[in-house]
Design a protein around this ligand. Structure first.
Ligand SMILES: *[C@@H]1O[C@H](CO)[C@@H](O)[C@H](O)[C@H]1NC(C)=O
Ligand SMILES: *[C@@H]1O[C@H](CO)[C@@H](O)[C@H](O)[C@H]1NC(C)=O
Ligand SMILES: *[C@@H]1O[C@H](CO)[C@@H](O)[C@H](O)[C@H]1NC(C)=O
Ligand SMILES: *[C@@H]1O[C@H](CO)[C@@H](O)[C@H](O)[C@H]1NC(C)=O
Length: 544
């Protein structure tokens, strides 16, 4: 970053004081841009030391390659593709001069990538227990990136690219640096909702790209819900034919889904699909007769439908076939089964359901009926050899869960007693309650997300170990391809650092300075991430 730019940031930050007061958030401390000793690294690595010694890099002389000692060989296309991607990010728009031009003797010539473990996992899918660690040393003439697995190498490449900056004459530079890094939490996710609005594949891929730039590693695909069913099922094609907004233009074909999964894998990202039942299923009913419960008005069916009908054997036959397909389409070892917000009104109105409740001895407790359904669903999914993630209500209602179930906490704000309860019962947990990014407000609300401490609930050390991470959720009521990216980024970046960096990384001023430049980097890479405050980027967004 040039000295001029730094100065301008400071001046703009001072000038913005009035604007902040006008927008009613004057209780937030005023943040002033000051160059961080950590440059523009985001999320901040666990251990980092950047010196004042700097080297130049030129597009004609610099290259990224496999270290001779690397176990990856040269056949790992995941790495080769990443080398090309990061080379392009670093030198986008910089003219390549004649190759025969002699390198400056102080130039950095090469980044060597060294995968140290015999099983590089180049052709595997990332999992919740993947090793994502790496070590990076930038020295002249060669920088070395060491990682046990390809996943750490991907993160290290991102970090390396974040160390490259433009000096005051616009020349690409990098400082002598040593970094040793690994994530604090294993599950760092972003939820997108493709039911309330259809999201074109292009937008999903752009989001995966941005996730990788923030070291997120889980794409939670909330693929279907009440409004539409865009997932094209090979077993039950009627579901999307009748339940999607449009049967051809607003669906995800098997090829689309495959593309998303592979694009994500190449960036170290898991794709966890969510097929939420028994509530949130209106769109399922259009293509699958008798799946939903008919609601009654007095003694007659009213013509409307409620949650999945839990009293019919055909329901479970359907779910068995459907989840058999889902479990083979999505390679991740977890499926998100939803289970949130089940409205009992329709079940209560239906005389067949009432009779069933009586037979089962459930009394008037409809959460017992919900548990009856979920229990059978979980048994079905267990036979596919997948683990499951469920929204917190399933736990709250006392459903018997497998010990490896992941409970997703979303109700309330901050970290609450639900976290204590779930972990006290011995379940693995992921947190989203403080990170519903669809709730928008003016001002720098990223600070609110940043200040969350996921382990601040009451509990023993054993309980805290059960928290494997969290997810930023962007529900789709008011979000489609037009506004998804600027609404999500860089607000989700705040969550990314909270989940990756050490617990002690809480300096909001330093975060502001790094995030300001990180956001400009996203913009320079063509991502329309919204601004944090009055300021400018050296390379502004050029539009589409
Ligand atoms: C990198 O080196 C330059 C030139 O010595 C120095 O001005 C800058 O502060 C260094 N960057 C960091 C993040 O230490
Ligand atoms: C549903 O399945 C159960 C258990 O297999 C069986 O006892 C019951 O008769 C079946 N109900 C109907 C309506 O087929
Ligand atoms: C956690 O458990 C306690 C004791 O059972 C209960 O009082 C409290 O309401 C629970 N918290 C939540 C958020 O359900
Ligand atoms: C933790 O427990 C203490 C004592 O039981 C209570 O006073 C406090 O409010 C609890 N804190 C949280 C965050 O739940």
């Amino acid at each position: 970053m040039s000295a001029l730019l730094e100065l301008t940031f400071v001046l703009l930050a001072l000038a913005s004081c009035r604007g902040l007061q006008d927008s009613g958030i004057d209780e937030e401390p005023e943040l002033v841009f000051q160059p961080s000793k950590f440059g523009s690294l985001w999320p901040l690595p666990q251990k980092v030391q950047i010196s004042e010694v700097s080297f130049k890099l030129s597009p004609s002389n610099f290259q990224i390659s496999d270290a001779k000692e690397s176990r990856s060989g040269s056949s790992c296309s995941l790495l080769q593709l990443a080398y090309r991607r990061y080379y392009d990010y670093m030198f986008e728009g910089v003219k390549k001069v004649d190759r025969s031009a002699r390198a400056d003797p102080t130039e950095l010539l090469e980044l060597q990538v060294w995968i140290t473990s015999p099983d590089t996992e180049c052709d595997s899918y990332p999992t919740v227990s993947s090793d994502e660690s790496y070590e990076l040393s930038v020295d002249q003439p060669v920088a070395v990136l060491k990682a046990p697995k390809v996943w750490g190498a991907l993160h290290g490449l991102e970090t390396f690219s974040q160390l490259v900056y433009e000096d005051e004459y616009g020349a690409k530079s990098i400082n002598y640096t040593t970094i040793s890094d690994f994530p604090r939490f294993a599950h760092r996710g972003v939820l997108l909702d493709t039911s309330r609005h259809f999201l074109p594949i292009k937008v999903i891929l752009a989001n995966l790209e941005t996730m990788a730039m923030n070291k997120f590693n889980v794409f939670h695909w909330h693929i279907v819900d009440d409004p539409s069913f865009p997932y094209l099922s090979k077993t039950f094609p009627e579901l999307s034919r009748k339940g999607a907004y449009h049967p051809y233009t607003h669906v995800y074909t098997p090829a689309d889904v495959k593309m998303v999964i592979e694009f994500a894998r190449l960036r170290g990202i898991r794709v966890v699909s969510e097929f939420d039942t028994p509530g949130h299923t209106q769109s399922w009913g259009k293509g699958q007769p008798n799946l939903l419960t008919p609601c009654y008005s007095g003694s007659k069916p009213s013509g409307t439908f409620g949650p999945v009908n839990p009293i019919l054997n055909t329901t479970y036959d359907f779910m068995r076939k459907f989840f058999k397909e889902v479990s083979s389409v999505f390679p991740d070892s977890y499926i998100h089964l939803g289970g949130d917000e089940v409205d009992f009104t329709c079940w209560k109105s239906n005389p067949d359901i009432q009779k069933f409740m009586e037979q089962q001895g459930f009394g008037k407790d409809y959460s017992k009926l919900e548990s009856f359904y979920i229990q059978r669903l979980l048994d079905i999914v267990t036979t596919t050899n997948k683990g499951y993630i469920i929204w917190q209500e399933v736990f709250d209602n006392g459903v018997k869960l497998k010990p490896d179930t992941v409970v997703h906490v979303w109700i309330g704000s901050g970290t609450n007693s639900e976290m204590s309860n779930v972990t006290a019962a011995g379940y693995t947990t992921i947190l989203s309650a403080p990170w519903y990014l669809d709730y928008i407000s003016t001002g720098q609300d990223w600070q609110k997300y940043y200040k969350v401490e996921p382990l601040s609930f009451n509990g023993t050390e054993e309980q805290k170990k059960l928290v494997i991470g969290g997810e930023a959720c962007l529900w789709g009521e008011y979000v489609d391809a037009t506004n998804l990216t600027p609404r999500l980024w860089p607000r989700a970046s705040a969550v990314a650092e909270r989940l990756w960096s050490a617990k002690e990384v809480t300096d909001i001023g330093d975060a502001y300075s790094r995030l300001s430049v990180h956001r400009c980097r996203l913009v320079e890479r063509g991502i329309p991430a919204e601004p944090l405050s009055p300021s400018f980027c050296p390379h502004e967004y050029k539009g589409i």
